[in-house]
Write a protein that binds this ligand. Sequence first.
Ligand code: 1BN
Ligand code: ZN
Length: 309
Amino acid sequence: MGGSRDLSDAFSGTRALDLARTLVAFGPRVPGTAAHDRAAAWIASQIRARDARLVLQDFTVAVEGRKVTCRNMTALTGPALPPGLVLVAHWDTRPWSDREPDASRRRQPGPGANDGASGVAVLLEMLRLLPRDMAIATVFVDAEDVGQRPEDYAQGSRAWVRAQRGPRPRWALILDMVGRTDARFAMEAASRRSAPWLVERLWTAAGRVGAGPWFSRREGPEIIDDHTPFIEAGIPAVDLVDMADPAWHTHQDAIDRLDAGTMAAVGRAVLALVAEEAGMEGRKYSPPALSVGYDAPAALSRERSLPWP
Ligand code: 1BN
Ligand code: ZN
């Protein structure tokens, strides 16, 4: 996309949606299943294709009394320094569909399209574009959603934070459930307490790139999610999360409910924030030349029909 006006403008919502479709097609990414392992291998290959340095972290969690192996995958870009910025999405799928209206299906996992795949897809599309002159960790965490009790949630991000050495990152931004048609992001309460300045900067950046309609000024409730371990470790962290998805933890959380426009709004808002950090706001932008050819999917020609200014 040589013709981009600036960094955020280079983000393609259709590419992100295609990435989410590929990920969801592996089947529910429940730790301990073959679909989970195949999805991990695909995410790792996507990270490598964007010329990032891949760091794997394996750990075990207990799901219904069974020990299963989980895997965090970190994509490091920019200089070999401790990352100043951390971008996070969970890639696993909840083993159960607790909120499914049909009680007979509650013990089976749902597709995890918005819950899991949407954040991964937005981060993978961003990873192609991130400026390579800043040390950034883009982290695909596992085992966010194996919880029954509060302390069982966010185990992957807990393991990731625990393994960090060296200076603390400036901030972390978590993307969770960021792809639904009609998504409206409220300001999650723990994020506002942890980093009100970062919430403000992200919401302002969203307004600048035309993503304002997706970002509500309403204060949402506090939740436990992947921002929790960061905040507990003293790292300012914000969870951009759609807490009002009616398909959440049901079998309806499927790919057909995701929307390229929402994903573009999120990707562009976050990239505008990153551009601000990198002091490249408003500058004309060329994406990094990747050594592995990034396939330009047919999707790009469809991009023009996106409902986007
Ligand atoms: C996110 C995805 N979460 C679970 N699956 C955490 C969460 C908790 C999200 C409460 C919304 C409300
Ligand atoms: Zn969930």
